[in-house]
Ligand binder design. Structure first.
Ligand code: 5RP
Length: 234
């Protein structure tokens, strides 16, 4: 006997939720504009969906070499951020987002370019599955992009705050970002004042970018949940 189609979203996987929010983000894309595009597995779903309306947009500004490759493979033109004064919207994922729209980002090591594109965008729309929503930032290891010669000193500064810091490795060697720098991942933090924390750590010599996005927070979060996509506004 043929089974009736199931309509319950409760059975959706995390991957399905990422697809849903990636598709839902299309309604924030302004026809005729250049769209800011983030990095990561959730954004990959958005890029795939964006390909369906590529003839309605001018193109994209991308936050990583990986996203650039994916956009170009789908026939979407990628512009240099220097050639675009302002973007109407930036769509990106997050490793954590709190109830004020403050985020931790950089799990994919693209935080510096993500912050640059976010800063040139009028609106940041975060797309995430519900596992990313937290009360207080800090559970996910905080990525910090650093100039390699400053890495040990920066790790000691975090340890003096009571945290633990490690250099991110890839294939046994320090991971090298798109910008030729290294990543330090910091655990044991409770970031209760994201704005002050971002301001403070950004001033340490050798820090390129701290993965707290408070000054460039989200205005909207499309959250994939067991009951569908919820829209949070901040
Ligand atoms: C990359 C990022 C990503 O937005 C973040 O890591 C979330 O990725 P995913 O959608 O794969 O969970 O900041 O640097």
């Amino acid at each position: 006997m043929t089974q009736p189609p199931t309509s319950s979203v409760a059975t959706l996987s995390q991957d399905d939720l990422k697809t849903l929010v990636g598709q839902a983000a299309l309604r924030y894309v302004v026809p005729g504009d250049i769209v800011g595009v983030g990095t990561g597995s959730t954004v990959n779903k958005f890029i795939d969906a964006l390909a369906g309306m590529k003839d309605q947009i001018k193109g994209a500004v991308s936050s990583s070499l990986a996203s650039t490759e994916r956009l170009q493979a789908l026939g979407i033109q990628v512009f240099d951020s220097n050639d675009v004064a302002e973007l109407s919207v930036y769509i990106d994922g997050a490793d954590e987002i709190d109830h004020q729209g403050y985020m931790v980002k950089g799990g994919g090591a693209a935080l510096t370019r993500e912050k640059i594109v976010a800063a040139q965008s009028r609106q940041f729309v975060c797309i995430a599955d519900e596992s990313k929503l937290v009360q207080t930032l800090g559970r996910f290891p905080l990525p910090v992009e650093v100039i390699p010669m400053a890495a040990q000193r920066i790790m000691r500064q975090f340890e003096a705050m009571g945290a633990q810091a490690r250099l991110r490795l890839k294939d046994g060697a320090p991971l090298v970002t798109d910008n030729g720098q290294h990543i330090v991942d910091v655990t044991g933090l409770q970031i209760t004042d994201p704005l002050a924390f971002e301001t403070q750590v950004s001033q340490w010599p050798g820090v390129v970018t701290v993965g707290v996005f408070a000054h460039q927070k989200a205005q909207v979060c499309l959250l994939g949940t067991a009951t569908g996509v919820k829209t949070l506004t901040f």
